[in-house]
Design a protein around this ligand. Sequence first.
Ligand code: AMP
Length: 396
Amino acid sequence: MKTVNDFNFEDKKALIRVDFNVPLDEEQNVTDATRIEAAKPTIMKVLEDGGSAVLMSHLGRPKGAEEKFSLRHIVDTVSNIIGVEVKFVDNCVGETVEQAVAELQNGEVLLLENLRFHSEEKAGDKEFAAQLAKNGDIYVNDAFGTAHRAHASTAIIADHFPNNKCFGLLLAKEIESLEKVLGNSEKPVTAVLGGSKVSSKITVIENILDKIDHLIIGGGMSFTFIKALGGKIGNSICEDDKQDLALSILKQAEEKGVKIHLPVDVVAADDFSNTANTQVVDIKNIPDGWEGLDAGPKTNVGFSYVIAQSKTILWNGPVGVFEMPKFAKGTIELGNAIADATADGAFSLVGGGDSVAAVKQFGFQDKVSYVSTGGGAMLEMLEGKTLPGIAAILSE
Ligand code: AMP
């Protein structure tokens, strides 16, 4: 696996696909710069070698060139983070861009305008990719968030750099972390899956069953299993048409020697609200009119026990409606258990949109081994798919 560390960028222009799809407030200020910070090590490696960096990214979902999605709004933030005054050009292909690239000196950084101002980007257009390819000598992909897309800048462009393409340090770390969990991981391996729906995680479950020893199923998706097993779940969230599938997953797990852990008790509420009345009940006996919104105390102890025995842990999805403080306890206790296991030497990987939000909200990001930056891309890797952005770099 070639990374920027395998190249010397002296006198070279690195064309780096980054993921600067950051949230902006109404005044177009960056409200969370995590993604920009995550790209810094790759950019610094290029500059420290004595090269220059041409950065390309998308931002939001513009329909054509919409000013509010201009990457111009993030120039100051990028400059502050990497400590170099970043230049900006208001397109990503064409003569003005080529000229700006030609004028770029070693040690300088140029940010191109939003790739998605051109519909050819998402269409994976070959001609557009050829034009983008004129903007650098070595192509670097450091955008994990879009690695599952076969877009012009994430995959198609790589054909123009048969010997001069590599992974950025962030993307390389993402791949290595997932390998650590799904490859030759230290046993026992435990996966914790939560969140609202079984349907969105079926392929993940089926793919990882061969690689894990324990599967903890929590949150909203557990009710489909509990109901399929004959439990009374009241008003709890449930995908009725997925009950057979839930039973089939339990059977497959048994055949493969994977121990499944479901919640045993639950914090039930009489309304989907932080001011609802609550009671702790047996998960198989939720009263009519009540819904399970968080893991109960016995469940938390049980899940923590399994995690404490684990040497490798993958966490995707909260075990309760953590956005409401009244139903956040299960997710916090789970995070604490994973943090403790990590402190004791386990490798822990957290990924997928909502678990990352939970990890940040409760301050666990420095207490787990790795927090993945790409929700959709990570899920597709867990599903066992080959991501176009990764395959494009690996292909000869
Ligand atoms: P997902 O996007 O499928 O990972 O689901 C994440 C969402 O699941 C979060 O917004 C949680 O609030 C929600 N969730 C977790 N547990 C429950 C539950 N018991 N009932 C309803 N929603 C839940």
